[in-house]
Design a binder for this molecule. Structure first.
Ligand code: CP
Length: 332
């Protein structure tokens, strides 16, 4: 595929390929190879119309580690405040040269709009569009889960020896599903990779039509915890900025019923990993004890995000088919 707009763009083989290439990237970085020369001379434009810490910085780090030049655009402090449109902003950046564009925007469908326009002739990566999708977050979550289940591959192991999917895993996704592009992308990708997904949320924070999604749905967190042994519990941030104030949940009640409280955390099976895409509302959807516990893989998710984004940029910008040895060759 030329773009990465949705996790549903990836079939099983393409998803596993990206996770495997990300393992190679991770291994290269762990060997203190500072930079891979594979995108030398290319320019990656990070086009961020919405705030971000993890995604923006990790795409920048990923592009630089592949030796690309990076142009960072943030809507704040730009001519967007003077009313400049997405089209004019995109065309302006394209005129300065862009071999790949990473876009985050509050409008669901913004990445598709760019990809299907003639404003920019470059691969587009969706870095989060409104409440729609965040495919690289789902990839880094699946990468992290695969390591939770199977461990990291042995250094230097032949590709294919450790390449696998998530068959047999059961994952809880808990909280504000309605506004969560992370949940939407994860439902697609976890399903593609063979994991079972259980969505847990108040009825008011579930989208219309959720019963047609390939997932089991619970309103009651404790009932879901009693019915399943989860390999991971993925807590979602409650996205107040996307809610009208009159729809804000009662915070005390929300934490009591849908929060990962100290009591729920202590009752989890020891093998259950705790995930959160960040940023976290500590003390609200997740208690500090759980977030800071050895079972939390929240910072692993961040670290893995760089390797996964290196894999995505490498695949999209080089168009390299197949997998074997491409990164290894570049290291020599
Ligand atoms: N998980 C995530 O997308 O975080 P940021 O909003 O900080 O990029």
């Amino acid at each position: 595929t030329r773009h990465l707009l949705s996790a549903s763009d990836l079939d099983r083989a393409a998803a596993i390929d990206l996770l495997d290439v990300a393992e190679e990237m991770s291994e290269a970085m762990s060997r203190e190879v500072k930079k891979l020369p594979v995108l030398r001379g290319r320019t990656v434009v990070n086009l961020f119309f919405e705030d971000s810490t993890r995604t923006r910085i990790s795409f920048e780090a990923a592009a630089k580690r592949l030796s690309a030049d990076v142009i960072n655009f943030s809507a704040k402090g730009s001519s967007v405040s003077k009313g400049e449109s997405l089209q004019d902003t995109a065309q302006t950046l394209a005129a300065m040269g862009a071999d790949g564009v990473v876009v985050r925007h509050s409008g669901s469908g913004a990445a598709h709009r760019l990809a299907h326009s003639d404003w920019i002739d470059a691969p587009i990566v969706n870095a989060g569009d409104g409440t729609h999708e965040h495919p690289t977050q789902a990839l880094l979550d699946s990468f992290t889960l695969r390591r939770v289940l199977h461990g990291a591959p042995v250094s230097g192991a032949a590709r294919g020896a450790w390449s696998t999917d998530l068959t047999g895993a059961t994952v809880a996704v808990v909280g504000d599903i309605l506004h969560s592009r992370v949940a939407r992308s994860n439902v697609h990708l976890l399903g593609t990779l063979g994991a079972k997904v259980v969505l847990i949320a108040p009825p008011t924070l579930l989208p219309w039509g959720v019963e047609t999604w390939p997932a089991e749905v619970y309103y009651d967190f404790d009932a879901a915890l009693a019915d399943h042994t989860f390999d991971a519990v993925m807590m979602l941030r409650v996205q107040f900025e996307r809610m009208h104030q009159s729809f804000f949940p009662n915070t005390r009640e929300y934490t009591r019923l849908w929060g990962l409280t100290p009591a729920r955390y202590r009752a989890l099976p020891t093998g259950t990993a705790i995930m959160h895409p960040g940023p976290m509302n500590r003390g609200f959807e997740i208690c500090a004890e759980a977030a800071d516990s050895p079972r939390a893989v929240v910072l692993d998710q961040v670290t893995n995000g760089v390797a996964v984004r290196m894999a995505v940029l490498y695949r999209l910008l080089t168009g390299a088919p197949g997998t074997g040895g491409a990164v290894g060759t570049a290291l020599t």
